[in-house]
Design a protein around this ligand. Structure first.
Ligand SMILES: Nc1ncnc2c1ncn2[C@@H]1O[C@H](COP(=O)(O)OP(=O)(O)OP(=O)(O)O)[C@@H](O)[C@H]1O
Length: 299
């Protein structure tokens, strides 16, 4: 049974429809990325899931309960886009406060401070924390009590690349322990490897909802090859393979996904004259643009 079940949900603000017939499930242990342009409807969906905003039509089921009910809230962890804590409290005091609210042990809160890399600053006031440190407190607050559903709105904004990596390690642990995770983000490259499914919203409509591999198959965008040879052989390689020279040692080729093996064979048939080959499938950014544009074209 899905941890989160969104069925044919519509949201209207007066005559303005901001979410149009969206259906989306998140299974236990699954990490789903919710992507979309500014104003696509991500936060509106999150607010409806949390019971902070009423639904105009359709239904949302959170672990068998209606959104916003005590039973749903008890099992849900939420990290808002702009996280705010009490500046006069220390990190430890703030997290202990959340632990009491969630009926979780203070020891679990202390362990989490360590896990999110804040043990050294745990007894400093939060007003002295950097944005990234506050975000870490926010993540610790979500993980506390191992919620069955975790909702993270733009969770990595303000984090440096190493912290982002550590952040996704913790999200992965959460999912490995059975939590369903839904996170919204604009940072596409980091989501490629760190989520199980991608849901793309465009103007309030869900225009894609699948694993990265399946989205690649559906979009069938060209695959890029970068072939490197030496200065004196690149011209001959270019003549045999075609493609576009990018510098005096390499060229770029594109092909449809079903021609990939054929192109690779042609490259390897050239033998040791080829020094290196990079094969790059469509990135999430390219897929995102593709699916968002498909939606624009049908309007
Ligand atoms: N209370 C409201 N009244 C009227 N329109 C609203 C209200 N709340 C949101 N909207 C509109 O709904 C649309 C979706 O907004 P939402 O905040 O869900 O987008 P988002 O995908 O989260 O964008 P961002 O990436 O910028 O955070 C926007 O056009 C916004 O102006």
């Amino acid at each position: 049974m899905p941890a989160l079940k969104i069925e044919h949900v519509i949201k209207r603000h007066g005559t303005l429809e901001t979410v149009s017939d969206v259906s989306l499930n998140v299974e236990p242990g699954e990490r789903v990325a919710l992507l979309g342009h500014n104003g696509a409807g991500k936060t509106t969906i999150i607010k409806m899931v949390l019971g902070l905003m009423p639904i105009t039509a359709g239904s949302i089921d959170v672990l068998g309960h209606a959104p916003g009910t005590a039973a749903a809230r008890k099992q849900t962890g939420y990290l808002p886009e702009s996280v705010a804590f009490h500046g006069a409290l220390t990190g430890r005091e703030q997290l202990h406060h959340f632990a009491r609210l969630k009926s979780t042990s203070l020891k679990a809160a202390d362990d989490l401070l360590e896990r999110v890399g804040l043990a050294h600053a745990a007894d400093r006031r939060i007003r002295t924390y950097s944005k990234g440190m506050r975000q870490r407190i926010g993540l610790a607050q979500v993980v506390l009590g191992q919620p069955k559903l975790a909702i993270l709105d733009e969770p990595t904004s303000g984090l440096d690349p190493v912290s982002r990596h550590e952040f996704y390690d913790i999200v992965e642990e959460l999912a490995n322990n059975g939590s369903a995770v839904m996170l919204s983000s604009h940072a596409l490259t980091e989501l490629e490897l760190r989520t199980d499914r991608i849901a793309i919203l465009s103007k309030g409509q869900l225009v894609a909802n699948d694993s990265l591999q399946k989205l690649r198959d559906l979009a069938s965008l060209p695959i890029k090859f970068k072939v490197t040879a030496s200065n004196d052989t690149i011209e001959g390689v270019n003549q045999q393979l075609g493609g576009k020279r990018v510098n005096c040692q390499s060229l770029e080729l594109m092909c449809a996904p079903d021609q990939k093996i054929g192109v690779l064979s042609a490259i390897t048939a050239l033998g040791p004259v080829v020094k290196d080959v990079d094969v790059t499938p469509a990135s999430l950014e390219e897929l995102y643009r593709h699916f968002s544009n498909v939606e624009e074209q049908t309007k």
